[in-house]
Ligand binder design. Structure first.
Ligand code: AMP
Length: 143
């Protein structure tokens, strides 16, 4: 299965983005409103500058009361690992497991075309296993 199919099968194809000069306070409000764990950081809404997740917020807030007014640029990860629409489910699962992150932007050329979470990947994998199980079941009971 290709990642483009996983993105297309999501309930929402929304890409939650924030600009690097927004504050951590604004990032928290955005993640809460959109009910997601990470935002793509972009100045123009489509090209990737970084990624900022709940984990980055927690790290910055620990023992630092002024952190809410820090900029997203100060807490984000700039060195973002991405995949393409043609990447396979297995490739992406390995990338996310090895990198220990739960979000992966899908990039086509220089534009972000989707974001998959580890939850999306686990769900797609379970759906695929269920489909294969049903096929085998059908085959065994037919013959
Ligand atoms: P997460 O598990 O996605 O909440 O992120 C854990 C840490 O990895 C945070 O510091 C994120 O900024 C970073 N991170 C999340 N996704 C990516 C990614 N695709 N590439 C590089 N770093 C990431």
């Amino acid at each position: 299965m290709r990642i483009s199919e996983v993105v297309a099968g999501k309930a929402s194809q929304d890409i939650v983005t924030i600009t690097p000069d927004a504050t951590v306070r604004e990032l928290i409000a955005l993640l809460t409103r959109k009910n997601v764990g990470a935002a793509v950081v972009s100045t123009d809404g489509s090209r990737l500058t970084g990624i900022a997740s709940e984990r980055d917020i927690v790290r910055k807030l620990d023992g630092n009361d002024a952190a809410l007014d820090a900029s997203v640029a100060e807490i984000m990860t700039s060195n973002v690992v991405t995949c393409g629409p043609d990447s396979t489910l297995d490739e992406v699962r390995t990338i996310m497991t090895d990198g220990r992150f739960r979000h992966l932007p899908v990039v086509d050329g220089d534009r972000v075309v989707g974001v998959v979470s580890i939850g999306d990947i686990v769900k797609a994998h379970i759906d695929q296993l269920q489909f294969e199980r049903d096929q085998l079941d059908h085959y065994v009971h037919q013959s």
